[in-house]
Write a new protein. Structure first.
Length: 52
């Protein structure tokens, strides 16, 4: 019984840590994608204003 409870605790801990790491990874990925999406539009806007 003790080993089963200990095993379940290890599994819960593993999934908890994995979830935190995955959330952090997605946060960094979204931040990077937002930067990539914003950068081209800013440069296009600047070029457009130079033409006018």
């Amino acid at each position: 019984m003790l080993k089963t409870r200990q095993c379940m605790l290890c599994v819960r801990t593993f999934f908890g840590v994995t979830s935190k790491i995955w959330s952090f990874f997605l946060y960094i990925l979204r931040k990077h994608l937002r930067t990539v999406i914003i950068s081209p539009s800013v440069s296009l806007s600047r070029n457009y204003h130079k033409i006018l």
